[in-house]
Design a protein around this ligand. Structure first.
Ligand code: UGA
Length: 462
């Protein structure tokens, strides 16, 4: 099938490659000329495991190409996917300008009868607007609008796209269903679960999924606050909860909160949609508040551990909003960096892939090549992103180069027993801290630290 994809961001580009790899002829188009130039040279504009190789392979096969000229991409398309950004406006509403502009382009350039599919995450009711724009601008031509929300995660996008948990198709005409079933035939034949709904349900299901996952994370973070006060272990609590299949263990990891381009904007967009429809959905406001609180809790922990922040060097490990990506958009790690800088600390950060993107967003951030360079002379390490690289650090080496052997673990990445054995003051999230037995004057240097007290034995901060 001839497929046009409008928007070559994470969802658009991965969709281009996936559709090409299941045998379709795909043209991706974007208003960002620099991005298309990179894609034409076979370079993805962001880091995503496996994407570059797959993209090169599909380009070489002749099934995948890119253009800045939307008319070219749309000319013969049987199906058009709209994958443009739907960022949050200042009040939380989804900004749908790019959706409208895409619909206008499709109306002017796509052939009569084309199926126009929303893949961008949009508020319920957006398809009606798309349909109206197509009608107004399309002259005599008629289009079939459908919704096909995308559930891929950054960092696992290729696998999620080729082996999705489900394919959701929202339709209002049999023609849309027939075309989309034909498009996804290789995945459906491989056994992927298909769910067919009306368009508004499909649109809402995507917002509901992202909002519910955010809710799980915020629930875990609120539990972390309770566990810290009760002397319990939030990870073990989540394990117990998660062993009940009605609850599930995924997305119950307490930390410094969720970030990225999707969850923050989608929680806000669902809240705004509900408000506009006359139902305020206050739970979503609370999800957002708890997410802000999670970063603040980590910052407070650092301040309590270090006392005054001026003159203190903090090694911030991780800048990406999650591991496996170079994406720093709405990254809680960057929020934490800003918060620590504002408190007067000297922050030196590192990240395996996101350092240069972070520097663009926060130029005052000092970067180190790796965790050891960041930790050299540091009064505390703060773990902000759960990269595997940070799980296997050489603790003895770190202890030797730090001013204070202190770690605030915002992602519960490290093991309390190992941290105790290595002589660290260790402050995980929602788990009992590991604090050496009191000395007369606290940890003036690494040498001053005494053997750690057993895990679970509560103790005061230094
Ligand atoms: C999310 C959804 O998981 C995808 O299904 C969806 O398609 C995508 O948004 C989208 O709408 O495009 P993504 O933003 O790539 O995917 O990231 P996630 O893996 O969901 O993680 C989001 C955030 O939650 C990260 O900051 C992560 O660190 C945090 N998180 C996740 C936690 O703090 N705790 C957890 O237990 C899980």
């Amino acid at each position: 099938m001839k497929v046009a994809v409008m928007g070559t961001g994470h969802v658009g580009l991965v969709s281009c490659v996936t559709f090409a790899s299941i045998g379709h002829e795909v043209v991706g188009t974007d208003v960002d000329v620099a991005k298309i130039e990179l894609l034409e040279r076979g370079i993805p504009p962001f880091f995503e495991p496996g994407l570059e190789e797959a993209m090169k392979r599909e380009k070489a096969s002749g099934r995948l190409s890119f253009t800045t000229v939307a008319a070219e991409a749309l000319r013969d398309a049987e199906v058009v996917f709209i994958c443009v950004g739907t960022p949050a406006r200042a009040n939380g509403d989804a900004n749908l300008l790019a959706m409208e502009q895409s619909a206008g382009q499709i109306a002017r350039h796509a052939p009569d009868g084309a199926v126009v599919v929303e893949k961008s995450t949009v508020p319920a009711g957006t398809a009606d607007r798309v349909q109206t724009t197509l009608q107004r601008e399309g002259g005599e031509r008629r289009f079939h609008v459908a919704s096909n929300p995308e559930f891929l995660r950054e960092g696992a996008a290729m696998r999620d796209s080729l082996e999705p948990d489900r394919i959701v198709i929202g339709i209002e005409s049999p023609r849309s269903l027939e075309v989309l079933k034909r498009l996804y035939a290789p995945l459906l034949e491989a056994g992927v679960h298909l769910i067919v709904t009306d368009i508004r349900t499909a649109e809402l299901a995507k917002h509901a999924s992202n909002a519910f996952l955010s809710l799980k994370i915020s629930f875990a973070n609120a539990l972390a606050r309770v566990c810290e006060r009760a002397g319990a272990d939030v990870t073990a609590v989540a394990d117990v909860m998660g062993s009940d299949p009605r609850i599930g263990r995924a997305f119950l990891n307490a930390g410094i909160g969720y970030g990225g381009y999707c969850f923050p904007k989608d929680v806000a967009a669902l809240r705004r949609l509900s408000e506009r429809l006359g139902y305020p959905f206050p739970l979503l406001r609370e999800v957002e508040r708890l997410n802000d609180e999670a970063v603040e809790a980590a910052a407070t922990k650092v301040e309590e551990a270090l006392w005054n922040m001026e003159g203190k060097r903090i090694a911030l490990l991780g800048l990406a909003f999650k591991p496996g990506t170079d994406d720093v958009r709405f990254s809680p790690a960057l929020t934490l960096a800003r918060r620590l800088l504002a408190s007067g600390a000297h922050v030196v950060a590192c990240d395996p892939h996101a350092a240069s993107n972070a520097k663009d967003e926060l130029p005052e951030l000092e970067l180190a090549r790796d965790a050891y360079e960041a930790a050299s002379g540091a009064h505390a390490i703060v773990i902000a992103t759960d990269w595997e690289e940070f799980r296997n650090l050489d603790l003895a080496r770190l202890r030797g180069i730090m001013t204070y052997p202190m770690v605030v673990d915002g992602r519960n990445l490290l093991d309390s027993v190992e941290m105790a054995e290595a002589g660290f003051w260790y402050y995980p999230t929602g788990r009992p801290p590991v604090v050496p037995a009191p000395t007369t004057s606290g940890p003036a240097s690494a040498e001053a630290v005494e053997p750690a007290v057993p895990i679970g034995q509560r103790s005061t901060t230094p």
